[in-house]
Design a protein around this ligand. Sequence first.
Ligand code: PLP
Length: 397
Amino acid sequence: MIKINEHYTEIGNNYLFAEIAKRVRDYKEIYPDKAVISLGIGDVTQAIVPVVIEAIHKATDEMANARTMRGYAPYEGYDFLVNAILKNDFLDRGISLEADEIFVSDGAKSDTGNIGDILSSNNRIAITDPAYPVYVDTNQMAGRIIELLPCTPANHFVPAFPEKIADVIYLCYPNNPTGTVLTKEQLEKWVDYALEHQSLILFDAAYEAYISQPDIPHSIYEIEGAKKTAIEFRSFSKTAGFTGMRAGYTVVPKELTAQTSKGEILSLNALWRRRQSTKFNGTAYIVQRGAEATYTQEGQKQIREVIAYYMENARIIQNGLENLGLTTYGGKNAPYIWVKTPHNLSSWEFFDLLLHKTQIVGTPGSGFGQAGEGFFRFTAFGNRENTLEAVERMKTL
Ligand code: PLP
C-alpha cells in the first residue's frame, strides 16, 4: 500500500483564499447587482512595461529561427541575466558577490519553499508571525519544529529572538503581510545573533523595490558578516509585474556552510547547485530576456513608474483608513497596509462587515498566523479607480 508523507496530514488545508472566494461568491449570489472591489489580492494589475515586452518579443523571434533558438537554459540562469543582477542589485550598491552565488529561478515561492530540501528535518526553525504562509507550511511538510516570533504593535513589528536557539530563521522585509520594515540596526542584531549561534537566516526580499526610506536595507548583504549566515530571495514579480511570467533569484554565498551529522562542513552553495541541477531545468529564455530588460536605464525608469503608481494607491488607502480613525501600519516601504480592526472585531468579523457594508474585499490578518488575529491586510495592487472608489465607500462604514 502506498504510504504518504504523514506530515501532510498535520498541515491545515490552504484555506484562506478559498474561504475568501467562497464568502464573496455567496455574497454575490444574494446581491448579484453589487459591484465588489478587491483590495485583497497580492497580484499585480498593471501592464508589464514596454521595454520588457519588446525584449520578450525579440526573444520570441529568436526562438522562431533554428540558428538563434535556445533550448534548455542553464540551471543557474543565463550569464546575461546573472551579470545584470550582479551589477545592478549588488556591485553598484557596494555589495561584493560573485556570479556563481546567484541562482536564477522561476520565482521566490519555489525557492523559499524548496530551500528546505538541503536542510535537515532536525533543524529548529523560527518564523515571524504573521508571515507569508509558505515558510510555515513547507517546514510542517518536512516535520520540523517551528517557533513563531510574534510581530505586533507591542514590539513595533520587530521580532524578539527565539526562546530556544533557532538553527534557521525566516525574515521577510519589507514584510508581507504587515508592510513593516527593519532598519539597518535592527537587521544587524539578527545577523549578529545568527553569527553567534551559527544559524542560517533565510531573508525574503521580494518587496525590496518598494523601499522608499534611505535607512532601510535593500539586501541583507548590506550588513557586515551576512554572507556567512544568510541566503537571500528576490523576485521580479512585484518589482516588474512578473507574477505571470515567473522569474526570481536566490543568492547563496560561497562562505555559507553547514554541518553533516558527522560534523563534516559542507558548502550550501554547492548543495543548492546540486539540488537545482537535479530538480529544476532553468527559467525560460524569453522570460530571462524580459528580466534582463528591467535593468536597462529605460527599464528602470518604466518599472519605477509602476511601483510609484502602486505606492500612490497605498498612500490613498492608508490616508482613507486613518481618516476613519483606524490605526494602520506599513504602506510606506511596501505595497501592504496592515490595519487594526475597529472595536476589537476579529479579522473575519471585519471581513464580513466590509464586504456587506461596502462590498470591499481585503485579507483577514488571522490567515497569516495567530498574531495576525484582529488585523486586516489591504494591498495597493489595484487600479487607481477602484482604489479611490474603495476609499469613498469605506467612509460609510
Ligand atoms: N515572498 C513573499 C513574501 C511574497 O509575498 C510572495 C508573493 O506574494 C513571494 C515570495 C512569491 O514570489 P514569486 O511570485 O516570485 O514566487
